[in-house]
Design a protein around this ligand. Sequence first.
Ligand code: FES
Length: 234
Amino acid sequence: MNHVIWHRLYLSKYIARVPKVLLNDSLLLQSWRMMFYRSRFAHTDLKVPDFSEYRRRSNKPRVRTCDAPRKLLTYSVAGGGCVVALYSAKSVVIQLLSSLSITADQLALATIEIKLSDIPEGRNVTFKWRGKPLFVNHRTAEEVEMARRVDISTLRDPQRDEDRVERPEWLIVIGVCTHLGCIPIHGSGDFGGFYCPCHGSHYDTSGRTRKGPAPTNLEVPSYQFVGEDLLIVG
Ligand code: FES
């Protein structure tokens, strides 16, 4: 630090001896100012000569006369990107749909085929369908008569027997009590149909609730007969 102070003192002494005329914005004064204040001049006013004539052709800046090749490249890249995006979107949609669609084994579980000739008259056979018991009840003529004799205005869940079956001798219902989900017993109860021992619900030969806490009739699933001997449920 000391040498800077001494340097400035020496310069100020020297300036004092210089005639005032010389100090009046002369070149010497400007250079001193530069040294004293350490100011820096950027020579932005200097013009760079043009050496284009001496440059190789390959180093000269290119002058485009036509934009077609550049546009072609741009459109090609954009078009390629669109094709790739569409293809990816298609794959994603296909994968999504295939994951949502039902598989063959699920479809097999969704429907059940029952050979009717294996179920004798008066018997009720239980199948497992979609995780629930399915009752296929081969009714006798007497049971059908009992179901159709009922005045439906007296029922808790009024339904005609004709509306619950496709063929009079075949009653197909889900074997789940509509009260709290127990499995009723066939051929028991006060109405000759089904009886749920859990809380004492009675169903008639059409699976309609007649007594006890069950609020609704046994559910009838969707089914169809194929020919005389085959029943498809689901
Ligand atoms: S579950 Fe059948 S009566 Fe309650």
